[in-house]
Design a protein around this ligand. Structure first.
Ligand SMILES: [Zn+2]
Length: 419
């Protein structure tokens, strides 16, 4: 099933795509007669994009391009994404469908990484279009370490923080370390906009509790832009005017029913410079048909990448499943998980504010519920991200939840309490 777009918009984007060397010969020469025909076109994978970068995906003359971005992978060669001026406008429109509803009264501190990646620039442009004042603080920069950003948020009366979820969490921790109270010392802050990492329900709750403001997440990637935005009612809606969505089984062929778990495939409907047809995102999702008071008719649940799942026997546990287990022992701190040898799951959890009463019982109940051996190793707060580092260098990478059994043991060895 294809959700979003119509046969006219899909034919429109196919016409653009045929101009890109990569898509020449991969797309039907004639127009489609129905939306469902889109599913007969081969998928585009990240490896395809990598192989054809930097110019093989380009569908307009170079003179029409306005900006260039790269998406980084772990395997070396980046994916090249070009945008025209109109693409930039569309991307800003996508961001501005979000529930945060920026106005000229807002001062937005952007803590997304600016270097070559798209989200900071798109968000920046979107905020400027709404008349908001932008502070381009960036991350991955030695110019703006955590304490400086916290200080700017306070002294410049920042109203909206835009950051990766982990950054929002670590900024809250930094504020605490330098003796600031998140509620009292940041009275102007009204919202946090997150993107770039899977925002699990519990991590959202923790960020909202820490900063005492609502979080508005967006789901997207440099390859396609912001494909789903959270509305004022806190629901993540796929942008059906900008993209066509499909959810396929792991076999990459069989469509799954609405509401069932599968992997998201996205076709950009408006992208002129680098249109992408049927992109296999690798993200594990559920797409629901349900109407929202904001007027949207679909809701998307993003549960993380296939690589962020732990497989035990024939069972697959994604980030949401793993987090539910951490929730089951009422732990609020950061956590990581890996395989337990010979069979089961091992969690290392920061023990901040953990109630130790009946902990063994809670773990037993979880083992009963999931029918799998579980081990929890509790470590002191600060094990995952050293407070000293937060106050000095202030650079952290992407969050990592899944480790090998050996790595996890290493993480857990210090001052830990095994249960
Ligand atoms: Zn809504």
């Amino acid at each position: 099933m294809v959700i979003g777009g119509d046969v006219q918009s899909i034919n429109g984007i196919l016409e653009y795509a045929r101009k890109a060397p990569f898509y020449q010969g991969r797309l039907p020469a004639r127009s489609l007669t129905s939306v469902s025909e889109l599913t007969s076109i081969p998928l585009t994978t990240k490896a395809d994009l990598r192989d054809y970068s930097p110019f093989g995906l380009l569908a307009v003359p170079k003179s029409e391009t306005a900006v260039y971005f790269e998406s980084f992978g772990t395997t070396g060669k980046p994916v090249s994404i070009w945008l025209t001026e109109e693409d930039l406008d569309d991307n800003a429109d996508e961001i501005n469908t979000g529930g945060v509803n920026l106005t000229e009264k807002d001062t937005v501190l952007i803590r997304y990484p600016y270097a070559i990646s798209q989200i900071a620039h798109t968000f920046h442009f979107a905020a400027r279009q709404k008349g908001a004042c932008v502070i381009a603080a960036s991350s991955r920069s030695t110019i703006s370490p955590f304490p400086r950003v916290v200080s700017m948020m306070r002294s410049l009366e920042v109203t909206v923080l835009a950051a990766l979820p982990l950054q929002a969490l670590l900024l809250a921790r930094t504020a605490e370390l330098v003796g600031l109270s998140r509620g009292e010392d940041f009275p102007h802050l009204r919202a946090i906009c997150t993107a770039g990492e899977t925002l699990t329900p519990r991590r959202r709750e923790v960020i909202q509790e820490l900063w005492q403001v609502p979080v508005f997440d967006n789901y997207g990637m440099t390859e396609v832009g912001a494909a789903a935005m959270e509305c004022p009612f806190g629901k993540l809606h796929p942008l059906v005017d900008h993209f066509a969505f499909e959810v396929l089984d792991e076999d990459r062929t069989t469509p799954v029913e609405l509401g069932e778990l599968g992997y998201l495939v996205i076709t950009t409907l408006k992208r002129r410079a680098t249109p992408i047809i049927r992109y296999w995102t690798g993200d594990r999702v559920r797409l629901f048909q349900e109407s929202c008071p904001c007027g949207a008719g679909y809701r998307l649940e993003v549960r993380g990448r296939r690589e962020s799942c732990l497989q035990v026997g024939d069972r697959l546990f994604d980030l949401w499943d793993l987090e539910e287990m951490v929730d089951g022992i009422s732990a609020r701190g950061l956590w990581a998980a890996g395989p337990l040898e010979p069979w089961g799951l091992h969690f290392v959890v920061e023990s901040d504010q953990l109630d130790h009463n009946d902990l063994g019982k809670r773990i037993g109940a979880l083992e009963e519920l999931y029918q799998i051996p579980l081990q929890f190793t509790l470590v002191p707060p600060g094990t995952f991200y050293d407070p000293e580092e937060l106050l000095s260098i202030g650079e952290v990478g992407k969050p990592r939840y899944i480790f090998s059994a050996e790595e996890l043991k290493l993480k857990a060895y210090q001052k830990s309490l095994r249960l």
